[in-house]
Design a protein around this ligand. Sequence first.
Ligand SMILES: O=C(O)CCC(=O)C(=O)O
Ligand SMILES: [Fe+2]
Length: 388
Amino acid sequence: MEDTEHENLDGTASQHINGLLGSGMPPATIKSKEGYLANTTCTGTNPVLVDRVDQGTQTHIRCFSPQLCIDLVDTLSDEQITGELARIHDDIGAFIETRCTKKKRENSLKQHFKHVLMTDGDTLTKRLNHLTLNFSRHVGEANSQMEELKKNIDAAQTLIADLQAPVTVPERGDNTLISSPAPPLSPSGTPCSSLKQGNPCPYELYEGNPFGEFTADILDSVTDYDRDFGNRKTAYYGELPYKYGGSHHKARDIVSNPYLKSIIDKLKQLPDLPVSSNSFLVTKYDSNNANIPPHSDNEPSIDPSSSILTITLGGPRPVVFRRKPPGEYEKVSITPEHGSLYIMSRSSQRYFDHSVPRISREEFKGTRISITCRTLDDNEFQVKISES
Ligand SMILES: O=C(O)CCC(=O)C(=O)O
Ligand SMILES: [Fe+2]
């Protein structure tokens, strides 16, 4: 900080010592003639300079202390006071004439240092405000950089998960799922026939309708939906919380929904289908407008080796799969029947998205409820039940 000009009490201008406490600046020297207070040869130790440690830089500094000056005025001799005043006032003759008594001169000197003290106080406040402002700006910038970093980490984790997932490069004309184990295919014809030859199929149908004995109506009546997305309602059950696309579901024990549990128990007993799912999302499509937009189930929280199994109960709704660019934007759709199960691999999410689009009123044949089962990874992206 530079030395500042300030008005003396009597209206004359003089530079004053401006070694701000804590400012880290070296103490300024008194302007022309050295006064008694700051004159080391006079006092031996230069008492108006105090040692401080600057908090910002942790450096040791010597600061001018106007308060110490005020305290010392009482100890000065007449001659010393006059010397100090001479340092402050250019026209000392005129000054002495108007303030003749020693007491008055003492007071004048004290006033001078009080003024310095206050001016320094103001400067300090301004500087502090300035620093606070700068600091908040830096904190703001750091926060947005942190957000950006989090997004990048998420994206990187997804990429790593995708790369680590077992990918079976399909033979030309091989329309099987992009991972093993492959469950039995539906006898109802070859799926994915509309995909270009050589492109792997994003789903596989489990043979038959293993969940035909269950009903959408009963499941609906016993299910406590925890999210209403406007276009669909969902209820989540699982031992870990589940986070996707800006939504967050708390962990909820599936035993609280015995009907759903009996459906999952059945799923776990299906032959040729090892199920390690620990996360169950019930989604209700109760009108022609109900839908889920195109998306991929590619959250880092889903175990890279997880299969994504979807059980359908109730009315038919087409599920559309699209091959992601680069390449052709091919579409393939299925209409899973009541009681059926379709399976996607986690790795297929890298190549395809899927959706349940709106349909016309005429096409709507009743509420569809799907149960999507996934294996969530108990990794850093998940908060344990106890913390949720
Ligand atoms: O209802 C369906 O078949 C799809 C549900 C789905 O894609 C999801 O929950 O991520
Ligand atoms: Fe999905």
